[in-house]
Write a protein that binds this ligand. Sequence first.
Ligand code: SF4
Ligand code: MG
Length: 329
Amino acid sequence: RDKLLSVRNLRTEFKTQNGPVRVVDGVSFDVGRGRIVGLVGESGSGKSITALSLMGLVPSPPGTVSADSIILDGTDLARLNGDEMRRKRGREVSMVFQEPMTSLNPVKTMVQQVGEPLAIHTGLNKRAIREKVLQMFETVGIPEPKARLDVYPHQLSGGLRQRAMIAMGLICEPKLLIADEPTTALDVTTQAQILRLMMALRDRAGTAIIMITHDLGIIAEMCDEVNVMYAGQIVEQANVFDLFDRPSHPYTRGLLASIPKATEKRTAERLNSIPGVVPNLAKLPAGCRFHPRCGDAMPICKLKQPELTDLGNGHKARCWLHDKEGAKA
Ligand code: SF4
Ligand code: MG
């Protein structure tokens, strides 16, 4: 089996004062063993909620997560209860967040928190945990690792905190690491180092990675496969070469046109060079969710929602330009 994760029809809703809002709507994708798969889109596209849903970390209420299946290495996570999911989390699948300062506990030392998954999931004693954390700090390139064990998060730089978070994510040797904008808060040099570190870990340990980012530059550098998300749905899915060679959804083309040149700073704002904004999920436009911003929109686009259509070679796009039969029907 070379498929590690297979997500089918993931749906996540939040109760709001104006009724339920579907933030993730029918998301399906696969992650092969040792592969790096990107989820890319503007903020508000549902990437982070997709990740939290897979991790069983969407607060309920107000959230409700359902899926036809979420098969991780033969086990359907969609059928697990809270306790069973807790046993998977941190051990078989773990997550690294954008801003380590908010996900680290300020009053616990680094060895306490980075070692916590081991304390939860293994019978290792304190000394063995300390040894393992030290090894992990070396693996993720934390200089003078011994001196960093008993310090508090605020005593480390942002780059070292992010490395420590990655160490924590990897300490139980999970099969899958989900990284949500892991380098967005870091300077360009540190960002490049962290991305190289993640690729090296994939090469060495075979850890599969879901890379969540708004930055197609990062996708181009790291990913094997890419899922482009818009308004809670996947609108294009392809291997990284096809996506950059033959972007097929107008939204993807817009994202590609907005990639900053090497001399420009990468920021989320850059993506706003696609005119208009991500729609309010509580008031989605009829038809194709992208039609108010799409330069290629046709009459049918305002009426009927396109399906994700196979263009061959596993390349899929959700757009009437590529579903001529559907457009006629
Ligand atoms: Fe544009 Fe129509 Fe394709 Fe939507 S379906 S992306 S509006 S061409
Ligand atoms: Mg996000």
